[in-house]
Design a protein around this ligand. Structure first.
Ligand SMILES: O=C(O)CCC(=O)C(=O)O
Ligand SMILES: [Fe+2]
Length: 331
């Protein structure tokens, strides 16, 4: 952790609640996040990991899952903040579509929105390499990017609940997602607090970062949830969150330390025909997007990805072969 890190984070065993349960909805409403127990079985989590390695190896840059010396930046796809892989066809990899195709995942979102008619996001994954091998692999401290993922002016009220399916054992030493409990309740007042800052945030950009001295960041102790492989963390897009890497790893760690599949489902009826058309095209052209299913932001056009100018370096995955259930989540 950097020396200016002054926000205390507690690694906590929070309740792990059943997908689609009343308790999970109540918990989410009250705290702004909830852990869903075994959204995937351990076997399904392992399968997702295997498919993620298939994706990485098939990029054709020379990554070998068994050999960490091949996980170098030169071969590893360009990542956004916090080790998130947003681009290069990841949103339509077999791995991501596999997770979307598991009914227990949708069940959690269906209860939140009280409808089975849902669309899935086409977003990416967070993969953390063992930074004891190369310190440059260590991802950012949470302090630098506590944020919400919903524009406080253009999107007032509850709009979106984001999800992260955890695929590996978690620990305080490794680090992971961090949420500020109940911070979604501050959302309404943010336009009054940050008039100037918000005047610089385009209305269609849903990523708003807080300065380190914002009292909301210490309004309650920040929580890093303990999760088993297969558990899914859900959080309201208005809840202040980030990821934070831990301070030490077991000596000799030589495997991925964190793997999380990002997934979000929102009600279909919110989506215009124009966006539905873009979504069909996205599947066809392997375009990854963000958590929002009723809007369209091409992740291959994120400034960081464009600047990397390495699009042609990667062999993109094959077009996904989807079953009817998976297809129903497109449009
Ligand atoms: O990796 C994480 O836990 C943070 C992810 C995040 O901020 C997001 O998906 O909006
Ligand atoms: Fe976020």
């Amino acid at each position: 952790m950097t020396s200016d890190f002054n926000i205390e984070i507690e690694y906590r065993h929070v309740p792990r609640l059943d997908s689609g349960s009343e308790e999970s909805i109540k918990y989410l409403d009250e705290y702004g996040y909830v852990v869903i127990k075994n959204a995937l079985t351990t076997k399904e989590a392992q399968r997702t990991l295997d498919l993620l390695w298939d994706y990485l190896e098939e990029l054709g840059t020379g990554i070998d899952r068994k050999d960490p010396t091949t996980w170098v930046d030169d071969k590893w796809p360009t990542c956004a903040h916090g080790g998130i892989m947003p681009s290069y066809g990841i949103g339509h990899s077999e791995a991501q579509w596999y997770v979307r195709g598991i009914p227990n995942v949708k069940k959690a979102f269906a209860k939140i929105w009280d409808t089975e008619e849902l669309l899935t996001s086409f977003d990416g994954v967070s993969l953390w390499r063992p930074w004891n091998i190369d310190l440059d692999w260590k991802t950012e401290s949470g302090q630098s990017w506590f944020h919400i993922d919903q524009h406080p002016i253009s999107k007032p009220g509850k709009h979106c609940v984001q999800g992260l399916v955890n695929l590996l054992p978690t620990s305080e030493k490794i680090g992971g997602n961090v949420v500020i409990p109940r911070s979604h309740k501050f959302f309404e007042n943010i336009p009054n607090e940050y008039e100037e800052r918000l005047s610089r945030l385009p209305l269609d950009v849903d990523h708003f970062r807080f300065p380190n001295d914002d009292p909301k960041l210490t309004s309650e102790k920040a929580v890093m949830c303990h999760m088993e492989p297969g558990d899914m963390l859900l959080w309201d897009s208005r809840t202040i969150h980030c990821s934070n890497s831990g301070s030490e790893l077991e000596e000799g760690t030589n495997s991925l330390i964190r793997a999380a599949s990002l997934i979000c489902m929102m009600p279909k009826h919110l989506t215009s025909e124009d966006i539905l058309e873009k979504r069909r095209e996205a599947v066809d052209k392997l375009i990854s997007t963000t958590n929002w299913t009723n809007g369209f932001r091409n992740a291959d056009e994120f400034p960081l990805i464009v600047e990397a100018q390495d699009r042609d370096k990667y062999k993109w995955p094959k077009k996904p072969v989807l079953n009817e259930y998976q297809k129903s989540l497109i449009d």
